[in-house]
Design a binder for this molecule. Structure first.
Ligand code: PSU
Ligand code: MN
Length: 325
C-alpha cells in the first residue's frame, strides 16, 4: 500500500505516526545520559553558523563541549542536518557546520521549511529550546539571547527567542542580552511573556553581556547552582509552560573592554539601519561589524563569556539532576 503513495506522502505518514527517529536524531551519548538521569546541557549552533567567524566558531564550539564534559555533564549541541533535528553532534558534524557557507539560521519559524526541504542549519536560541524540550533536556547554555532590537517599537523586530521563552519550559543560561538590543524593552517583553528572569550571583543588576551593569535590575537573583536548580525545579514541577532566563555576569577580568565595545555597537547599529539590513540578517550583521570595529576584542570577550556560562550551566544541570531524581 505504502509503495503506491508518493514519497512525500510516505514521509508525511511516518511523521504523523510520530516516529521520532524520522525527524529527530538523538546522539547516543545524549540518549544514554538522559535514560540514566545524568545531567545534560543543550547548546545552540547559530553561534557556529552565523555568530562567529571561522575558525573561532569551531574552536569555541569544541571548547564549550569540553568544558561541559570536564564538569561531568553531557553536551548536546543542537542543529538541523539534512532535514533532521540533531540533538548532540559528532566532531565531523561540528566541522561541517563551522565550514559550510550554505547553512541556514534556524529559529522556530524556519523549522518546517528546513525539515521539509532536507536542508541544514544552525539553530538559534528559539530553535534549540524547541529541540531541547522535545528531547527532555531542561538546561541550555548560550552566550547571549536575542531580544527587542533598538527601535523595535517601530520595526517590531523582536527576537523569537523571547516568545519561545514564554512558551517552552527550558532554563536558558546566558550572559544577559547584548546592548546591540533595547535592554529595557527586552526585560518588559520577558515579563509579559511570563519568563522568570534571575541574575546569577549576589547582584540583582541585569548584566548586558560585556558589562555587569546595564542600569537595569533583574526581578530576582539566585546565589548559586543549587538555588538556580530549585528555581528550575519549581517551574517544571508546577507545569508552568514558560522558561527561565538565568543571566550570568561577565567575569571581572573581561568587563574592562566594555566602553570600546559599546561605541562599536552604536556605530554598527546605525550602519545596519542606514544599509537597510532587516529581519534575520540584523543580528549576524551587527555581531560581525562589532567584531571588526573592535579588532576582535568583542569576539574574545564573547568567547570568555561562553566558557564561563558553560561552567555555570553545567553546575546548574548537575544540581538539577540531583534535585529531580
Ligand atoms: N547574540 C549573540 N550571538 C549570537 C546570537 C545572538 O551575541 O550568536 C544568535 C543566537 O542564536 C540567537 C540569535 O538566538 O542570534 C537571535 O537572532 P535574532 O535576533 O534574529 O532573533
Ligand atoms: Mn529579528
Amino acid at each position: 500500500m505504502l509503495g503506491k503513495l508518493s514519497s512525500t506522502m510516505q514521509r508525511y505518514i511516518s511523521v504523523t505516526s510520530c516516529r521520532p527517529d524520522v525527524l529527530f536524531k538523538i546522539h547516543s551519548t545524549v540518549g544514554e545520559a538522559l535514560a540514566e538521569h545524568r545531567p545534560v546541557v543543550a547548546l545552540e549552533s547559530t553561534i557556529i553558523t552565523h555568530g562567529m567567524p571561522y575558525p573561532h566558531n569551531l574552536s569555541t564550539a569544541k571548547e564549550v563541549e569540553d568544558i561541559v564534559r570536564a564538569e561531568g555533564v553531557t553536551p548536546a549541541t543542537v542543529a538541523v542536518l539534512e532535514g533532521k533535528v540533531h540533538v548532540g553532534l559528532s566532531s565531523d558534524e561540528l566541522d561541517f557546520l563551522a565550514h559550510s557557507k550554505t547553512t541556514l539560521k534556524v529559529s522556530r519559524r524556519d523549522i518546517p521549511y528546513v525539515i521539509s526541504k532536507g536542508l541544514s542549519g544552525g539553530t538559534t536560541v528559539s530553535g534549540t529550546m524547541f529541540a531541547a524540550h522535545k528531547a527532555g533536556i531542561p538546561v541550555f547554555v548560550t552566550g547571549g539571547i536575542g531580544g527587542v532590537h533598538r527601535d523595535g517599537e517601530n520595526t517590531l523586530d523582536v527576537s523569537a527567542d523571547l516568545t519561545e521563552l514564554g512558551r517552552t519550559p527550558i532554563a536558558v543560561v546566558s550572559a544577559g542580552v547584548k546592548s546591540i538590543l533595547d535592554i529595557g524593552r527586552t526585560l518588559e517583553f520577558l515579563e509579559t511573556q511570563g519568563v522568570c528572569v534571575a541574575t546569577y550571583g549576589e547582584s540583582k543588576s541585569f548584566p548586558v553581556f560585556f558589562s555587569h551593569k546595564s542600569g537595569y535590575t533583574s526581578p530576582y537573583n539566585v546565589l548559586n547552582a543549587e538555588e538556580a536548580a530549585e528555581l528550575i525545579a519549581s517551574t517544571l514541577s508546577l507545569g508552568l509552560q514558560s522558561g527561565v532566563l538565568l543571566a550570568v555576569p561577565i567575569p571581572n577580568e573581561y568587563a574592562a573592554a566594555g566602553q570600546e565595545i559599546e561605541d562599536a555597537i552604536q556605530a554598527a547599529v546605525t550602519e545596519a539601519r542606514l544599509k537597510g539590513i532587516r529581519g534575520r540578517d540584523v543580528t549576524p550583521f551587527i555581531l560581525h561589524r562589532v567584531n571588526e570595529l573592535t579588532e576582535g576584542q568583542s569576539l574574545q570577550a564573547n568567547i570568555a563569556l561562553i566558557h564561563n556560562n558553560a561552567r555555570v550551566g553545567s553546575h546548574i544541570a548537575r544540581a538539577l539532576a540531583k534535585h529531580m531524581h
